[in-house]
Design a protein around this ligand. Structure first.
Ligand SMILES: [Zn+2]
Length: 442
């Protein structure tokens, strides 16, 4: 039994200004995470072997320099065993343990501006690795209107940075640049490839094998993008495209999408409103942008009942998350019996986040990750893929993603609950839970 294998791909998009800040913070935070670190790049990514030496592997109790030295070895991919990272807190850094069948963790930064005409050493060496990953227009059009996809591609082709939606607040417009279309395809494709990996691993494992969990750290985010619309920083709906991919490519007909971003994932809700095979559970703060996701939005037509909107009262935090999960989300999931569980993992419900008013803590995401993994193991062979959505406090985002990994690894949280976070509106949350259970007959 290999507890808590994780693999993820981290594609730093070309617009690095915002991303790099929190990625760097995340890297730092991740240095304390114990990672079962066996290399296992799937065959189609073997071209990544040379690139992998630039990657970051993190290990429990390993100093940064040791981790750096180890990562080259661990990512050498000679076999499926990693001699570097400790699998338990007692293992010594740099020594391998038996049965360490983990996954690598790596980042990729193509340094697109570090280039020289016709030089052998250029960003192409790394972008070629990414070339295998983008979603195709056919895959995207399982979700989006072809005319919208064409409009997006053409708008980007004009090469001029442009506001395409939400012009009201200068810092919160939805924009495109000359690379946005490719970046959006890349983000969707990354989520899809993790579905491929998880689907393959869940059917090929021996008894006692635990399916790895996928986490696509991608941008631009996706859950506000509808069939024919860009909105809320989102251009293509990554999680929706991954859901359709799971159905079409792997026969995983019943998909559960849990969205715990602080904003209602209105794009995702709308896309699957009439689809009984995709249960969308959306936990968000009530009465914030985009001002959708009322409790009585339960789906339409054949899809009625397959949307569960959970509008949490402002100020809700860990207590609310735990009780809503146990009393509503888990019950609905067990009744639905999904074939795969996808998570729209937005981290802007964190109390540090500037865009909304929920008070989740970093450790809250540890709790949710553990519960989601248990649920996936119980219901769908462990098939579980996280796709990053929002999160606009660098510190809150980095620590919360790190806590998600710790939760998936079965390792205690690194962040204690902060007692200075205000008291939660427990009575209102209890009422919400009662209303949801009655409405959805849970
Ligand atoms: Zn959000």
């Amino acid at each position: 039994m290999h507890k808590g294998d994780i693999f993820f791909r981290n594609w730093l998009a070309r617009q690095r200004m915002q991303t790099l800040g929190w990625i760097q913070h995340l890297k730092k935070t991740l240095q304390v995470i114990p990672v079962r670190c066996t290399s296992l790049l799937p065959p189609q990514y073997h071209s990544a072997r040379t690139v992998a030496k630039t990657a970051v592997t993190v290990a429990n109790g390993v100093t940064e320099s040791t981790a750096r030295a180890a990562k080259v070895t661990s990512l050498g991919l000679r076999d499926q065993h990693c001699p570097s990272a400790s699998m338990s807190t007692r293992a010594e850094p740099g020594k391998s343990g038996k049965g360490q069948q983990g996954r690598i963790i790596y980042t990729l930064e193509a340094a697109r501006d570090h280039c020289w005409p016709d030089n052998q050493e250029g960003p192409r060496r790394l972008t070629c690795v990414k070339d295998v990953l983008p979603a195709t227009s056919e895959e995207v059009q399982r979700v989006h209107d072809p005319a919208y996809v064409q409009w997006l591609a053409e708008t980007v082709r004009e090469g001029v940075p442009k506001v395409v939606a939400d012009p009201e607040i200068p810092e919160e417009v939805t924009y495109v640049t000359s690379t946005s279309y490719d970046d959006a395809l890349q983000a969707a494709g990354s989520a899809m490839r993790l579905v491929d990996e998880v689907a393959a691993a869940s059917t090929s494992g021996s008894e006692g094998h635990q399916c790895p969990v996928g986490f696509a750290i991608v941008r631009p985010p996706g859950h506000h993008s509808g069939v024919d619309s860009a909105s809320g920083f989102c251009l293509l709906n990554n999680v929706a495209i991954a859901a359709r991919h799971a159905q079409h490519q792997h026969g995983l007909r019943k998909v559960l999408i849990l969205d715990f971003d602080v904003h209602c994932g209105n794009g995702t809700v709308d896309i699957f409103a009439q689809d009984p095979d995709v249960l969308v559970i959306d936990m968000h703060e009530t009465d914030v942008w985009p001002h959708t996701g009322r409790i009585d939005q339960t789906g339409e037509g054949k899809g009625r009942g397959a949307t569960i909107d959970i509008p949490l009262p402002t100020g809700s935090g860990q207590w609310a998350a735990e009780h809503v999960f146990d009393s509503v989300i888990a019950s609905a999931a067990r009744r639905f019996k999904p074939d795969i569980l996808l998570v729209s993992a937005g981290y802007d419900a964190h109390w540090r986040d500037p865009l909304a008013g929920l008070n989740f803590q970093s450790a809250t995401y540890h709790l949710l990750a553990g519960k989601l993994q248990s649920l996936a193991q119980e219901l769908c062979g462990g098939r579980l893929v996280f796709v990053l959505e929002g999160g606009y406090s660098s510190e809150g985002l980095a620590s919360s993603v790190a806590e998600t990994f710790l939760g998936l690894l079965g390792t205690p949280p690194a962040h204690a609950l902060d007692s200075s976070v205000p008291e939660e509106p427990k009575a209102a949350v209890q009422q919400l839970i009662a209303d949801l259970r009655e409405l959805h007959a849970l």
